[in-house]
Design a binder for this molecule. Structure first.
Ligand SMILES: [Zn+2]
Length: 566
């Protein structure tokens, strides 16, 4: 031991003033030390450290190279970060799954022609009459034409198969064979909470929005397996994610409970490579009794679990997505239909409010999908009604998405202690939003700067597979308000790099009441971190989008390592 290190170690011993202090010689030595880094701790002062020591699953020291390396014993593994930047493990606050699947992959299509070619290729190797489905992880804003394919275009490339393009979580696009298969005609009425898309002449254009998708009975999805979940976690780990909050439902799960039980199995078997906060979900709002019976049948308690897998509350919804968000003002023409269309009330207040009140009585924290300003009004009315029965303050109920905020929302949101789960939909879908809602309203979508200025707790996420799960794309968007295909929207809503990082770390940990255990790099917290390809705080802002995880650690164990990083 050189003199400098000996002195550092001596200082630690003296400062602690007793012999049980963790020291280099005893069994209390660190398992792993990372040093020579630029470690953005995201602690209360956003302080920057050089080194961390880890024992078991937790950080046991964070600080200077000298002070931390003094924790090393003869068996301690030491890694020289050579100046690399380290951030706390990233948490996506609203992620359904990583996308992909057995359907036609449209995520890489950049034009209508490429989309149709992908469908045509699948049709050529599919027996006539057999349905063709797509994966859900694509959006028309990624296409050069910035529009959906029309029914007749799908007919041209797949005349003999029913085609259902699944787009995000709110819309299907069908060809004529699919409309025939499920007996939907130009005379079929819109179901409550849904829309059947039509051309100006009344003919079907192919689109089924929100509950209208229920007119189609899709073949059962492939069975969810623990191995499929492991594969998804691997993808998420590779972009620096160490935690996700799943807002009701996971890919290919036949119901809400099966994926949760599978996550529990993976937890028991030590196979989880990330921390999962799992929200249960109400689909049927028709009666409070039904809701109560459904919840009872699950045999799941609110907030049960541990730091790997925890139940995080109950997901509900009131309105649609990009094409169905419920607004105070009509949609832009022609979607406003002469000033009449204001979006879709998927669950009306008369059903929603009593269910929310019942969930509160049963001890569940509620998270509600609300896109439009009128939808937010309905959520606030319901949360206030629940609060009158039994206070919800301090329980961090959430509004998921909250695209359109109005000044009169904020006092009500603050009075109820509601947190905001915000995502970067605008990054991908800005041109669609401008088309449906007008440019001025689209510029205002997800006003994170205003939320923070109002003192609200805001978590960040992607809503993957609706938006790609890369958190660096999302942070880049929040920092710049830049979009994939349409330039900057609402520059006044840009936030700092520090705040964007907090959205994806400590703030999401707060939303799930886990900020005492994770969300920052601090002594005693779980050792979740990411080694980055470049300096997050200093690279030119455009390069934030291109940042990569070189290594991702969860609970002191590397779950992802880029082969080139050491
Ligand atoms: Zn979602």
């Amino acid at each position: 031991m050189n003199l400098q290190r000996w002195l550092a170690a001596a200082v630690v011993l003296v400062a602690a003033g007793c012999s049980t202090v963790p020291g280099p010689k005893g069994s209390e030595a660190a398992d792993l030390v990372l040093y020579n880094g630029k470690i953005l701790t995201v602690d209360g002062n956003f302080s920057i450290a050089q080194a961390v020591a880890i024992r078991g699953e937790r950080f046991v020291a964070v600080g200077s190279n000298e002070s931390v390396r003094a924790m090393a014993g003869s068996g301690t593994r030491q890694i020289d970060l050579r100046g690399r930047t380290v951030i706390p493990g990233l948490i996506d606050g609203h992620l359904h799954n990583a996308g992909g699947g057995p359907g036609v992959d449209l995520s890489k299509a950049r034009s209508i022609a490429e989309l149709l070619a992908a469908v045509e290729a699948r049709a050529k190797r599919t027996p006539a009459g057999e349905p063709i489905l797509s994966n859900a992880d694509w959006h028309e804003a990624q296409l050069h034409e910035k529009r959906l394919p029309h029914r007749t275009e799908l007919d041209r490339v797949a005349p003999r198969n029913p085609v259902v393009l699944i787009r995000g979580g709110h819309e299907f696009i069908l060809n004529s064979a699919a409309f025939e298969r499920w007996r939907i005609t130009r005379d079929t009425k819109n179901p409550p909470g849904g829309e059947i898309g039509r051309d100006p002449d009344g003919n079907l254009n192919g689109e089924l929005v929100d509950t209208a998708r229920g007119l189609v009975k899709l073949p059962p999805p492939p069975k969810l397996t623990p191995e499929a979940i492991e594969a998804q976690m691997k993808l998420l780990n590779s972009v620096g994610l160490t935690g996700i909050r799943i807002p009701g439902g996971f890919q290919f799960g036949p119901d809400i409970l099966t994926p949760y039980r599978m996550f529990q199995q993976l937890r028991r078997e030590g196979r989880l490579t990330m921390r999962v906060n799992y929200l249960m979900r109400i689909y049927d709002f028709s009666s409070v009794e039904k809701v109560r019976a459904t919840i009872q049948s699950w045999n799941v308690r609110p907030d049960e679990g541990d730091e790997w897998l925890r139940i995080g509350g109950m997901k509900t919804l009131v309105d649609g997505g990009f094409e169905g968000g419920h607004m105070r003002e009509p949609y832009a023409e022609p979607y406003g239909r002469g000033g009449k269309f204001r979006g879709i009330e998927v669950v009306p207040p008369k059903n929603y409010i009593p269910v929310v009140q019942e969930l509160n009585r049963l001890g569940w924290r509620v998270a509600t999908h609300a896109v439009g300003d009128a939808a937010v009004d309905e959520v606030l009315a319901a949360y206030a009604a629940a609060d009158r029965d039994r206070s919800i303050k301090g329980k961090r109920w959430t509004i998921e998405h909250f695209f359109i905020a109005r000044p009169d929302h904020f006092p009500r949101v603050k009075a109820l202690g509601i947190a905001v789960s915000a995502q970067d939909h605008l990054y991908l879908a800005a041109p669609s939003m401008a088309k449906y809602w007008g440019r001025a309203r689209a510029e205002h979508v997800t006003p994170v700067r205003t939320f923070l200025d109002q003192g609200l707790l805001v978590g960040g996420g992607t809503d993957s597979p609706v938006i790609p799960y890369n958190p660096f794309w999302s942070m880049y968007h929040f920092i710049t308000r830049d979009t994939i295909s349409d330039g900057v929207y609402g520059a006044d809503q840009a936030i700092t790099r520090e705040d964007a990082l907090k959205l994806y770390t400590i703030n999401n940990a707060k939303i799930t009441f886990e900020d005492n255990a994770k969300g920052s790099i601090e002594k005693g917290k779980l050792a979740d971190l990411v080694v980055l390809s470049a300096d997050y705080l200093e690279v030119p802002v455009k390069q934030v989008e291109a940042l990569k995880a070189l290594a991702t650690m969860v609970g002191g164990r590397f779950v992802y390592e880029d082969p080139t990083w050491r």
